[in-house]
Design a protein around this ligand. Structure first.
Ligand code: ADP
Ligand code: AMP
Length: 215
């Protein structure tokens, strides 16, 4: 089983993913998280990806598809996986269809989380992330109990470099040009389910749960 989370940066994909993987027992695959780890470790992949990520551009398809191909055959994916932030281009989606027979998985649902643009900017510029466990917060909407300290592990919270206003604006443009065509791609395959992401975190999860509980 494969579930894909589609939607602009800041729509709440990572926030919802956390609950989805626990409740539906799925492996979590976030290409953004994998790439950020590679950048931090200064691996060959990280060195190539960094400049694109800093500028709010997509990392070239050939680098990203290899990450996903290798990740999908890991043992924890046997029960199914949740893809967050992949595919992000039509070429990546075509690649995924081609490698699926190798992994014996099928795409069951593509959840498109839609959010108004002003709200996306507010969410991204106010996002804070734990440097140790990666837990996700927001200065207004999901603030930690102690300022800049993670509720879960006590780690320091930081602001992602690409969550500055200038880079956020670029990332939203990139989404429109390169990722939005996937909406039609998955509509044509009858896999697309639209979720109203403007609601609060609980409400959004309820909508997602309604779609996934049928599986
Ligand atoms: P994405 O993974 O799609 O880029 P995130 O899940 O990281 O988005 O969410 C972006 C920011 O918005 C985070 O700071 C998160 O805490 C906050 N957020 C997520 N969902 C909601 C929501 N429904 N209402 C308000 N804030 C939200
Ligand atoms: P995210 O954490 O999903 O917001 O991704 C952060 C950044 O990682 C993006 O702005 C891209 O530079 C890069 N990235 C993540 N996933 C992909 C992907 N599927 N294709 C290309 N670049 C990606």
């Amino acid at each position: 089983m494969l579930i894909i989370l589609l939607g602009p940066p800041g729509a709440g994909k990572g926030t919802q993913a956390d609950r989805i993987v626990k409740n539906f027992n799925l492996a979590y695959i976030s290409t953004g998280d994998i790439l950020r780890k590679a950048v931090k470790e200064e691996s060959a992949l990280g060195r190539k990806a960094r400049e694109y990520m800093d500028q709010g551009q997509l990392v070239p398809d050939n680098l990203v598809v290899e990450i996903v191909r290798e990740r999908l055959v890991e043992p924890d994916c046997a029960n199914g996986a949740l893809l967050d932030g992949f595919p992000r281009t039509v070429d990546q989606a075509v690649f995924l269809e081609k490698v699926l027979p190798e992994t014996k998985a099928t795409i069951d649902r593509v959840l498109l989380i839609e959010v108004e643009e002003n709200e996306l900017i507010e969410r991204l510029t106010g996002r804070r992330v734990c440097c140790d466990c990666g837990a996700n917060y927001h200065v207004k909407y999901k603030s930690p109990k102690v300022r800049n300290v993670c509720d879960q592990c006590g780690g320091d919270l930081y602001q992602r470099d690409d969550d500055s206003l200038a880079t956020v604006t670029e990332r939203l443009e990139v989404y429109k040009k390169q990722t939005e065509p996937l909406i039609k791609f998955y509509q044509e395959r009858d896999l697309l389910y639209t979720i109203d992401g403007n609601k609060d975190i609980e409400d959004v999860y309820e909508q997602i749960n309604d779609v996934l509980k049928e599986l």
